[in-house]
Design a protein around this ligand. Structure first.
Ligand code: HEM
Length: 146
C-alpha cells in the first residue's frame, strides 16, 4: 500500500506543456456548444426561482450567464477567457456578498441537475461533471442563517 490517493487519470500531452492528446474534458463533452447549453438551461430555471432570482443584482441575467459559462469552460480545459476578463476566480470570495445558505445551494443544485440532465452525457462524463458541481456548491455556502 502507498499513501497515494486513488488512481490518477493518465494525461498524455504532445510535449511537456503541450495540448492534451485525446482532448480535455471540455472537448470530450462537446466543447463550447455543450457549455452554452448547460448554462442556458440553468439560467432559464434561475430566472423562475423566487429564492435565487432576487439574489442577482443585475436586471438581466445575460452577463451572469456569460460569467458562469466562461468560468466552467476554463475550469474544464477550454478557453481561458474567464481569467483574462475577471482575473483569479476566487469564487468563495466573490459569493460573500450573497447569502448562500443551504436552501439557496439546494435550489442552485436542483436547477443545475436539470441542466446537466438536458445534456444527456455518457454516464462517466455526467458523473464527473456532477461531482464537481455538487462539491463546488457545498463549498460556496457562507451562512447557515435562513
Ligand atoms: C451554491 C449556490 C450558489 C448561489 C446561490 C450562487 C449565486 C451567485 C450570484 C448571486 C452571483 C452574482 C451574479 C453575477 O455574476 O453577477 C454569482 C456569481 C458567480 N457564480 Fe455563483 N452561486 C452559487 C454557486 C456557484 C457555483 C457552485 C459555481 C461554480 C461552479 C458558481 C460560479 C459563479 C461564477 C463564475 C460567478 C461570476 C463571478 C464573477 O466573475 O464575478 N456559483 N453566483
Amino acid at each position: 500500500m502507498t499513501d497515494q490517493p486513488g488512481p490518477q487519470p493518465i494525461i498524455v500531452r504532445s510535449g511537456e506543456h503541450g495540448p492534451q492528446l485525446g482532448g480535455s474534458f471540455y472537448e470530450q463533452v462537446g466543447g463550447h456548444a455543450t457549455f452554452v447549453k448547460l448554462v442556458h438551461a440553468f439560467y432559464e430555471r434561475v430566472a423562475q426561482d423566487d429564492v435565487l432570482r432576487p439574489m442577482y443584482p443585475e436586471a438581466e441575467l445575460d452577463a451572469a450567464e456569460r460569467r458562469l459559462l466562461m468560468f466552467l469552460e476554463q475550469y474544464w480545459g477550454g478557453p481561458g477567457t474567464y481569467s483574462e476578463e475577471r482575473g483569479h476566480p476566487r469564487l468563495r470570495m466573490r459569493h460573500m456578498p450573497f447569502r448562500v445558505n443551504p436552501a439557496a445551494r439546494d435550489r442552485w443544485l436542483s436547477h443545475m441537475r436539470a441542466a446537466v440532465d438536458s445534456l444527456e452525457l455518457p454516464p462517466l462524463q455526467d458523473a464527473t461533471l456532477w461531482a464537481y458541481l455538487e462539491r463546488a456548491a457545498h463549498a460556496m455556502v457562507n451562512t447557515f442563517e435562513a
